[in-house]
Design a protein around this ligand. Structure first.
Ligand SMILES: [Zn+2]
Length: 320
């Protein structure tokens, strides 16, 4: 299980930084994921991992996690001495991201409202699942995938239980029957949780490419993998986060555009990184931002990360 900061530390941090965050979840979001169980279950065969291979062994994932968390001989964390935040990454809201997401919606992108929508986007290839570990990065899912039964969501009726005759149930059942070769049982709470974790471990192909670029150069320089903590969220999931995290992007209604519902956003953990490592990543992100490829932010507070939003068509939004 993850190390938790004492509650008072969170309170201090929480009070110290007032910033608009795109992705933060606070200390009350516990990691209910049993990663060991997850990997073991997902990956029965002990094969080596390659970049596009979703079959990752527990052993390989753990090895990469240990490597990422190797003890450093310099200070690490939220604000280690020497941390040099380029102006591009200074938190100042997510206007460009919500604008871009609106442009995506205007040209036909449907926000994933619930897990069935995520499954559908997966089936269409609109979103691609990240392997739990590769040579250059690993997913250490830090949020709260639950075991509860799947429901459908829309703004008119809100969340409703899925009945077996509904089209959304059929989409999830189809995926459960063949989840990249693996079979899940929708009646089994543990299986539902695994499915949720995997459906939340997706981004669009453009975001995956940028993620790999950042991870590749970090790995070349420091010989360690990056840790990715958050990816695409459905609206109903984002609403659940709102209930437990005051800092998460609030879904107010139909017109809300949470960056993580775009398929274009992901978070890079930095709590275990030195100033040199963080500066290296920020340098790269600010260059990408100046080239109009992404909008990046450093986030502070309870769950501090680098938040990256990729312009999926390679173009920044048109700002008025
Ligand atoms: Zn984020």
């Amino acid at each position: 299980m993850k190390k938790q900061l004492p509650l008072f530390m969170f309170l201090i941090l929480g009070l110290s930084f007032v910033s608009i965050t795109a992705c933060q979840t606070n200390q009350t979001v516990t990691n209910s994921t049993n990663q060991t169980e997850t990997k073991a279950k997902e990956n029965p065969s002990p094969t080596a991992s390659t970049k596009n291979d979703l079959k990752v062994t527990d052993e390989f994932w753990k090895k990469q996690l240990d490597k990422a968390n190797e003890k450093r001989d310099k200070p690490i964390g939220e604000k280690p001495p020497g941390l040099n935040v380029p102006k591009e990454l200074v938190p100042g809201g997510v206007v460009k991201q919500t604008k871009k997401l609106q442009e995506m919606v205007d040209s036909g992108y449907a926000l994933p409202l619930d897990f069935a929508d995520l499954a559908e986007k997966r089936a269409k290839g609109e979103l691609v699942e990240l392997p739990m570990a590769t040579e250059t990065y690993l997913v250490d899912f830090e949020e709260n995938a639950t075991e509860e039964e799947f429901s459908s969501f829309n703004f008119e009726e809100r969340a409703k239980p899925l009945t077996p005759d509904s089209p959304k149930f059929a989409i999830l059942k189809k995926l459960a029957d063949d989840f990249d070769g693996e079979k899940f049982d929708l009646n089994n709470p543990k299986d539902r949780k695994q499915m949720r974790i995997r459906l939340l471990s997706m981004v669009n192909p453009a975001a995956k490419k940028i993620l790999e670029e950042v991870a590749d150069s970090y790995q070349k320089k420091f010989n360690r993998p990056l840790i990715i903590t958050s990816m695409t969220r459905s609206i109903d999931y984002q609403i659940k986060l709102n209930e437990i995290s005051a800092n998460s992007f609030k879904v107010m209604g139909k017109d809300s555009r949470p960056p993580h519902s775009s398929g274009s956003a992901f978070d890079i953990a930095r709590k275990h990184l030195t100033a040199e490592e963080q500066n290296f990543i920020m340098q790269q992100l600010s260059e990408m931002e100046n080239n109009g490829k992404i909008d990046g932010l450093i986030e502070y507070g309870a769950r501090f990360v680098f938040h990256v939003f990729v312009y999926q068509d390679g173009k920044p939004p048109k700002m008025d």
